[in-house]
Design a protein around this ligand. Structure first.
Ligand SMILES: Nc1ncnc2c1ncn2[C@@H]1O[C@H](COP(=O)(O)OP(=O)(O)OP(=O)(O)O)[C@@H](O)[C@H]1O
Length: 247
């Protein structure tokens, strides 16, 4: 077995909300396999975004360790983390986060401009082709549909060949047909390039595209399903929702 892309060991994250301490994650231990697609689900407030942020080095755990490959990232400084995110992670968000004044190609290559490096032209061509934007590279984001804009964001996330792509509700702003199209694209990218992807979602249909689904409830991983169907996922989520409501 190869080393997981990400290992989280006994990760706890607490936040202070006034006088209250909120346990967003409680001793979470998880491995995100390299070259696989992992979805993270759970009721609202269960800790999904906190999980993704700790896994991606966007936030540091209160205790416990996070490794990206062989490197422990949980004790890094903010400067080290921002370099690590720039060099080794790709991000896709619900709101696309494209720069309106830049063309599609300029948006895709922005990470290189920010890092002062140059893209590998062959890989860049391949990424643009894989996301189906060959004929759109000179357009501005406002000239594209929502699904096309999210494809630009996916291409931007992949352009640097990151070890892991982190997606937070990537289809939350898309209609179901466009969402299925974007998820199919992510799925194919994992299958054909060996890319590792982690996605937080509320949508059982979206999560059914993943190889493994982690279910969080009250900051704890309560279940892990391998290649589940959307129906199976929906049943687990509604059971967890009832459990959380009863607590
Ligand atoms: N920056 C913060 N400051 C204080 N509390 C926070 C902060 N971020 C998250 N929390 C709290 O931590 C808990 C977990 O939040 P998180 O956003 O990880 O949940 P989630 O499962 O992603 O929720 P949702 O599905 O509603 O987005 C919640 O109780 C939330 O209020």
């Amino acid at each position: 077995m190869s080393l997981p892309a990400i290992r989280m060991n006994a990760v706890t994250k607490t936040y202070k909300q006034g006088a209250r301490v909120v346990h967003a994650l409680r001793e979470v231990t998880a491995a995100l396999p390299r070259g696989r697609f992992t979805a993270v689900m759970g009721p609202s407030g269960s800790g999904k975004s906190t999980f993704l942020h700790c896994a991606a080095g966007l936030d540091t755990p209160t205790s416990g360790t996070v490794h990206l490959g062989e490197v422990e990232i949980s004790r890094m400084s903010e400067t080290q983390l921002s370099e690590l995110r720039r060099d080794r992670a790709g991000f896709v968000f619900q709101s696309f986060n494209l720069i309106p004044a830049l063309t599609v190609m300029e948006n895709i290559t922005l990470p290189f401009r920010l890092a002062g490096t140059r893209p590998d032209p062959a890989w860049l061509d391949e990424v643009v082709r894989r996301v189906g934007l060959e004929n759109r590279t000179r357009h501005r984001p406002s000239q594209l549909s929502g699904g096309q804009q999210q494809r630009v964001a996916i291409a931007r996330a992949l352009a640097t060949r990151p070890e892991v792509v982190f997606a937070d509700e990537p289809t939350g702003a898309l209609d179901p047909v466009t969402a299925a199209d974007v998820l199919g694209l992510l799925r194919r990218l994992v299958d054909t390039t060996g890319q590792t992807a982690v996605m937080v979602t509320h949508d059982p249909v979206a999560a059914a595209h993943a190889d493994q689904v982690l279910f969080l409830a009250d900051g704890v991983i309560v279940e892990e399903l391998l290649s589940p169907s959307a129906g199976e996922i929906a049943r687990r989520i509604s059971a967890l929702g009832r459990r959380t409501a009863a607590a």
